[in-house]
Design a protein. Structure first.
Ligand SMILES: *Cc1c(COP(=O)(O)O)cnc(C)c1O
Length: 350
């Protein structure tokens, strides 16, 4: 801290991103990145776009939004693009939530939500989880100033079905419901099909996980044109050019390569199921995951000890000191080889 800091940043506890080590080579299973390189069409698109770098990018991300809208069966004015879905989420908190109306989200979820809420001066309530880490859907229904829902949830991997998501959206007609679908491509049902019927639904997705472009920073929101206009209003009050020229070109090319996408996500899901089976065989509790990660614990073994043991064996996973999940590890689905090394290391540890 420093005496020149504003009161607002003096009081905030910022989000801690997963470690990106540079000192030694780890098997990186800590930030849910894709274990495969992106579509080959990405590199070509970046090369072509580089010639245009003296010019500012299209602030409205026209080509990228058209690609997303085309793929999802939406109109271009139902899509907004940002510099990673974290930015899109930050804009959405500012566009749709007011300090005098309480925003709700599950207690165990993406740890950026309480950071945004605090930073933007919003009141929020965290809904305790059911004992099996599922979300008590009823408690998100009605009377809220806003709802934020990761589906599948993070870091549990548990997904609500579309009927449950629709119940939450329908039960909060006076509030915006943000459904963060960062992991939806790994087996869950998307809420995009509900957008035409619910002007309060905003679905957020990202190129970082299922499209193998975490280093690019592209995310998008889909919803009623009225909500999209709100996001644009926030963006144009801060920085109109948040998605750079190379990112727009690369993400547009990636999204055009459906064959790459289907093959890679199928491989990730298959590797996830094999790894889950193996970890259960060696005595781990593994939650049913619809994401590209597994949330696991070993009864009687402190999570800190397991994470440290894996680190010493060259494997990084993610763990939080949060009450209720301190003995759980979130393990990203890597290559088949990565997961074999992980299982071998855990077997040695327990
Ligand atoms: C990874 C992740 C994001 C952020 O993704 P970016 O597009 O890389 O900013 C958002 N929400 C959840 C739940 C995530 O896990």
């Amino acid at each position: 801290m420093n005496r020149f800091w504003s009161r607002r940043i003096q009081s905030i506890v910022p989000y801690t991103p997963g470690e990106q080590p540079k000192d030694r080579k780890f098997i990186k299973l800590n930030t849910n990145e894709c274990p495969e390189p992106p579509s080959a069409q990405v590199l070509e698109a970046v090369r072509a776009a580089a010639a245009e770098l003296p010019r500012y990018p299209d602030p409205e991300c026209g080509s990228l939004r058209a690609a997303i809208a085309g793929r999802e069966g939406l109109d271009v004015d139902q899509v907004f693009c940002g510099n990673g879905s974290d930015e899109v989420l930050a804009f959405a908190f500012q566009a749709f939530f007011d300090p005098d109306r309480e925003v709700v989200f599950p207690r165990i979820t993406y740890s950026f939500y309480p950071v945004y809420a605090s930073f933007f001066g919003l009141k929020y309530r965290e809904i305790p989880m059911n004992s099996d880490f599922s979300i008590p859907v009823e408690q998100l229904c009605g009377g809220n100033g806003g709802v934020v829902l990761a589906n599948p949830n993070a870091p549990t991997g548990i997904a609500l079905d579309l009927g449950q998501v629709e119940r939450i959206v329908a039960a909060n007609p006076e509030a915006v419901v943000i459904v963060d679908e960062a992991y939806v491509d790994f087996g869950a049902q998307s809420a995009v099909g509900l957008i035409g019927r619910y002007p309060n639904l905003l679905v957020v997705q990202t190129a970082s996980k299922s499209w193998a472009l975490a280093g690019l920073r592209v995310g998008w929101a889909m919803g009623d044109p009225g909500l999209i206009g709100g996001l644009r209003c926030v963006r144009d009050s801060i920085n109109s050019y948040t998605v750079d020229r190379l990112a727009q070109a690369a993400a547009t090319a990636a999204i055009g390569d459906e064959a790459w996408f289907q093959a890679v996500r199928a491989r990730v899901m298959e590797t996830r199921e094999r790894a889950a089976k193996r970890l259960k065989e060696i005595g781990f509790t593994v939650l049913p995951s619809q994401g590209n990660f597994l949330f696991v614990s070993r009864p009687g073994r402190p999570g800190r000890e397991l994470a440290e043991g894996l680190r010493q064996r060259g494997i990084l996973v993610r763990r939080w000191d949060q009450p209720g999940i301190e003995d759980w590890l979130r393990i990203s689905v890597g290559t088949g080889e990565d997961m074999d090394a992980l299982a071998a290391a855990l077997e040695e540890l327990v």
